[in-house]
Design a protein around this ligand. Structure first.
Ligand code: AP5
Ligand code: ZN
Length: 216
């Protein structure tokens, strides 16, 4: 099964991806996680991406497209993929069409998460992440057992540099102008299921399970 998960910053794409992966044996590809890993290890790609990410802006299409094209051709994508955070512009969507049909792995479903701005604000400012294993927490809604320590791997949790209201607002503008047209692009092909992602994790995931049940 080949799926895209889309939605604004803090909508729960990473959180829902973790739940999807518990039920479906497919490969998770998060462009945000890949970029953060490159920034941490000071690769050339990471150095190109850093300033855009810290300001909340999108990283240039050519950087992202090359990164995703390479990743999608790795053997673990043969069993299916869950693409999280890509494509985010129409240029990326067109490149992705070309790559995915060339390698014979076209997208089958698009999940579009919707959440009101006031809830996004609360989710973004309360988020803490594990820099080592990527686990996602929320203070106070979904805290780790020991304060500031990852339940999964024991590392110290951190706050992302782009998790401020100021950067959230920039990310929302990018979402409205560049990414919403991508959702429409897939809606025109009948691939989109809109998910109300403002409620509890279980309520949101139940809608996703139902949508994916039609594809799997
Ligand atoms: P990326 O990492 O993709 O960030 P994003 O889209 O801004 O999304 P987030 O990771 O902030 O949120 P999420 O939806 O995954 O929410 P989460 O599950 O963590 O991208 C970062 C940057 O990289 C971009 O700004 C850009 O610079 C660059 N980039 C990436 N891809 C790119 C591309 N294709 N093109 C160009 N640039 C690109 O949840 C948020 C919080 O809420 C958590 O604390 C969680 O615990 C909590 N939560 C989640 N669900 C619930 C719930 N149902 N109830 C209560 N709390 C919840
Ligand atoms: Zn961890």
């Amino acid at each position: 099964m080949n799926i895209l998960i889309m939605g604004p910053a803090g909508a729960g794409k990473g959180t829902m991806s973790d739940l999807i992966l518990k039920e479906y044996d497919i490969t998770h590809i998060s462009t945000g996680d890949m970029l953060r890993e490159n920034v941490r290890s000071h690769t050339e790609l990471g150095e190109k991406a850093r300033s855009y990410m810290e300001a909340g802006h999108l990283v240039p299409d050519e950087v992202i497209n090359a990164m995703v094209e390479k990743r999608l051709q790795e053997p673990d994508c043969e069993k299916g993929y869950l693409l999280d955070g890509f494509p985010r512009t129409l240029v990326q969507a067109q490149t992705f069409d070309e790559i995915s049909s060339r390698i014979g792995r076209p997208v089958q479903a698009v999940l579009a998460l919707q959440v009101d701005y006031e809830i996004l604000k609360e989710r973004i400012t309360g988020r803490r992440i594990c820099p080592k294993c990527g686990a996602i927490y929320h203070i106070p809604n979904h805290p780790p057992v020991r304060e500031g320590i990852c339940d999964v791997c024991g590392s110290a949790l951190v706050q992302r540099k782009d998790d401020t209201i100021e950067q959230l607002n920039v990310r929302m503008e990018e979402y409205e102008s560049s990414t919403k047209p991508v959702i429409q692009y897939y809606a025109d092909r009948g691939l989109v299921t809109v998910i109300d992602a403002s409620g509890e994790r279980d309520t949101t995931f139940a809608q996703i399970r139902k949508a994916l049940g039609k594809v799997a």
